[in-house]
Structure formats: structure tokens, C-alpha cells
Design a protein around this ligand. Structure first.
Ligand code: RFL
Ligand code: PHB
Length: 383
């Protein structure tokens, strides 16, 4: 089989890239290790930047998003006895939208099926060949048949653990692991807040997010090696009530439908291109989830790459030649912002660190300049 672009990995980055290339008349084939059902069910990110929403709309993917997405003007920043609303709409004229990664993925999969773009799910042993010459990808399909796809270009959208990054010789890698993790909780209960709450607390960070008017999402800072069995539903609700509590506010509780421990790391690998191989999304970089950047950064990469590959097919290589450098400017900005939010909100170090964090939180909600800095980064720089 032959195509113009083989995309390894059908997460949001791979699915969206295939969609955007299709709009420009460029053929692609997706090769994914998991089943479509598995990919769709993974509970991950929940916040879309203004630019991500615009891009999805412009790409014809806005129908359900416009009905079910919940537009938020900003976030609540909190520490004991204090809750402050940071209003992005007032500060910078932009907002964010709550629409889960599961929903974005569903919409992308539906669009792919409608357009009849080919995808191989449950692909085993995906291997990249000759990425600096005439690239190809081999694998065993869901029927056990060995396949080979030749292409002009291979794009690795296969996440942090995928094989593509290993095809770039001697990458430069930057990594930071954090001395804590998140316990993520999904519950069938209406959110007890209008907009997301990010809370600093002596017991550790807590966050109140949501997925719909009837489903809430919560996070608690825990140890990186936390045993999830130690967290009964009762203990979870007690910790959330304590850490998210402010006078005069109550947390509504309900049935917990999912809980898991999520590791936290910052990671950047460069370059994001080697010959005819390009990396996009989590395959090239990971941010801790505190700034809600992971999914949005993956979208920014593929928006840039789709434009660059389209120009290259038409004979103009300037954008593909600049892809890695251009993408990495945004990657490092978001890496800094995610690190900053993470460092400000999680308990670590000693009491001196705690005082610095509280001083920074106070500054962020009282200085318009400081609040704008948060707002611009959180609502997202223009694509
Ligand atoms: P994905 O979504 O990881 O998709 C990569 C795809 O590649 C497939 N793959 C392979 N395919 C073929 N052959 C192989 N050998 C393969 N190996 C892997 C995988 O099955 C998968 O389908 O990366 P992508 O598309 O770059 O999208 C990035 C986002 O998914 C990611 O940045 C965010 O979800 C990060 N993230 C979160 N971000 C937030 O902004 N807020 C969150 O609350 C949040 N929670 C999370 C997260 C990431 C998590 N992971 C990766 C551990 C929670 C989790 C658990
Ligand atoms: C989520 O809803 O899962 C979510 C929202 C904001 C974050 C991280 C996760 O910063």
C-alpha cells in the first residue's frame, strides 16, 4: 500500500492531523496499536483553549462542541479562606471551553469514518523504516496479516511510549519529574462550582473540574507511588471537602465511577523532525496537567504541521524546514507555564516554599499584570 503520509498513533494529534491533511487534499493512513473503543474511552484532558476551539470549528468539527462545550470565562484560584476568580474574558478578551478529550476524539473518529479515511486499529509491532530516504511502516493488522505502507512522510503521533521518537538519532532530551502525582476522580454528580477551582492547601493541591452539567472531575495531590487501594470513596470525598473548602461553600458528593493515579513530568525531546519523519504531540513533549496544556499543545503542533506539509506538497519547503524550531517555541512556553502552575500550587519543600507560593498566589489575584500573564498562557497564545 502507498500513501502520502503515514500517521503512527490515532490519539487526538494523529486523528486531527489526518483530518486537516484531508481538507487540503492530502492522503494519509492512520496506524494505531489499540482498538478504537479503547482510544475513545481514555479519560484525559478537559479544557480547550480559545484557539483550539476556533481551529476545530474551522475544520468542520464544531457541531457538537458548540452545543455541549461549556464556555468558561476564567478559573478560581484558591488557598485556605480565600477563593478568587481570575476572569480571562475581562482581562484579555478570551475564554476557554470545557469539552473532554473523549468527546474531541469521538468527533474526530466520526469525521474520519464519514470521509472514509483509512485507519488500522489493533496494529501490532509497528516499525518505522528508512525515515531519511523512502520511508515505510510495517505492522501486523487485526487479522494477523503482515502489512507495509510506503509513504513520502511518516508522522509520529504515538505518544510518550510510542516507537517513533526512537527513530531520531541522538535526540536532546530535557526532563523533570515531580515529587508528587495526581489522584484523578470522575463522579456522577453535578459540579459544585461554575468554573474550575485550583486550590493550594497545606495537605496538598486539589482541583475541581467537570465534564458536563452532571459529571464532575476532581484531582488530589498524592505521593508518586501512592497505593490507590488506600483511597476509599469516603476518604476521597473527605479530602476533597477539606482541601477545596471555603466558608459558606459545600461540595456535593455522588457515585465515583473512575479513579486512577497519574504521574507528573515535564519532558521535551528535540529535534521534532528527522529527514521525512516528524513528531507531534506527546511523542515529542509532556507537560504536567496543571496548566491544561497537553492536548492543546498537541493540537498546535498538528495545525502547524498540516500547513507545513501542505505547502511542501505544493513545492514550498520553508515551513517544513522550520517546523521543529517553530513548534518548540510554543512547546517551551507551555512547558514553562505548566511548570510554573505546578510549582505554585503543589505542596513541596518546606515552610519557606509554602510562604513563597502563597505570596505568588496573592500577587496573581491582586496585580492585573500578574493575572494577565496567567490568563494569556491559560487561554492560549494564538495558533
Ligand atoms: P496520545 O493521546 O497519547 O495518543 C498517542 C496514540 O499513539 C498510540 N500508540 C501507538 N500506535 C501504534 N503503535 C505503537 N507502538 C503505539 N504506541 C502508542 C496510543 O495508543 C495512542 O492512541 O498522544 P497525543 O495524540 O499526542 O495527544 C496528547 C494528549 O493525549 C495528552 O497531551 C493529554 O491527554 C495529556 N493529559 C492531560 N492533559 C491535560 O491537558 N489535562 C489532563 O487532565 C490530562 N490528563 C493526560 C491526562 C495524559 C495522560 N497520560 C498520557 C498518561 C491523563 C493521562 C492519564
Ligand atoms: C480536567 O478537567 O481533566 C483538567 C482540567 C484542567 C487541568 C487539568 C485537568 O489543568
Amino acid at each position: 500500500m502507498r500513501t502520502q503520509v503515514v500517521i503512527v498513533g490515532a490519539g487526538p494529534a494523529g486523528l486531527l492531523l489526518s483530518h486537516l491533511l484531508g481538507l487540503d487534499g492530502i492522503d494519509s493512513v492512520l496506524v494505531e496499536r489499540q482498538t478504537a473503543e479503547y482510544v475513545q474511552a481514555r479519560i484525559r484532558a478537559g479544557i480547550l483553549e480559545a484557539g483550539t476551539v476556533e481551529l476545530l470549528r474551522d475544520a468542520g468539527l464544531g457541531a457538537r462542541l458548540d452545543v455541549e462545550g461549556m464556555e468558561h470565562r476564567g478559573i478560581h484560584l484558591q488557598w485556605p479562606e480565600h477563593r478568587h476568580h481570575v476572569d480571562f474574558a475581562d482581562l484579555i478578551g478570551r475564554s476557554v471551553t470545557v469539552y473532554g478529550q473523549t468527546e474531541v476524539t469521538k468527533d474526530l473518529m466520526a469525521a474520519r469514518e464519514k470521509a472514509g479515511r483509512p485507519a488500522y486499529y489493533s496494529a501490532d509491532g509497528v516499525t518505522l523504516h528508512d525515515v531519511t530516504g523512502k520511508p515505510s511502516v510495517t505492522f501486523v493488522d487485526s487479522d494477523g496479516k503482515a502489512r507495509r505502507i510506503d509513504a513520502d512522510v511518516v508522522v509520529g503521533c504515538d505518544g510518550f511510549h510510542g516507537p517513533s521518537r526512537a527513530s531520531i538519532p541522538d535526540p536532546q532530551v530535557w526532563e523533570r519529574t515531580y515529587p508528587f502525582a495526581w489522584l484523578g476522580v470522575l463522579a456522577d454528580v453535578a459540579p459544585s462550582t461554575d468554573e474550575l477551582i485550583y486550590a493550594w492547601h497545606p495537605d496538598g493541591f486539589a482541583m475541581h473540574s467537570m465534564r458536563s452539567p452532571r459529571v464532575s472531575r476532581f484531582y488530589l495531590q498524592v505521593a508518586p507511588d501512592e497505593d490507590i487501594a488506600a483511597w476509599s470513596d469516603d476518604r476521597i470525598w473527605a479530602a476533597l471537602s477539606e482541601r477545596l473548602g471555603v466558608p459558606g461553600w459545600t461540595l456535593e458528593t455522588g457515585p465515583i465511577t473512575e479513579k486512577s493515579v497519574l504521574p507528573m513530568r515535564s519532558f521535551v525531546a528535540t529535534p521534532m523532525r528527522h529527514g521525512n519523519l516528524y513528531l507531534a504531540g506527546d511523542a515529542a513533549h509532556i507537560v504536567p496537567p496543571t496548566g491544561a496544556k497537553g492536548l492543546n499543545l498537541a493540537v498546535a503542533d498538528v495545525a502547524l504541521l498540516a500547513r507545513a506539509l501542505t505547502a511542501a506538497v505544493r513545492g514550498d519547503d520553508r515551513l517544513v524546514d522550520a517546523y521543529s524550531e517553530t513548534a518548540l517555541r510554543r512547546v517551551w512556553r507551555c512547558t514553562h507555564f505548566s511548570w510554573w502552575m505546578t510549582s505554585m500550587l503543589h505542596r513541596h519543600g518546606d515552610d519557606f516554599d509554602a510562604r513563597l507560593q502563597l505570596a505568588q498566589l496573592q500577587r496573581t489575584v491582586t496585580s492585573e499584570a500578574a493575572a494577565k500573564e496567567l490568563a494569556e498562557n491559560y487561554a492560549g497564545l494564538p495558533l
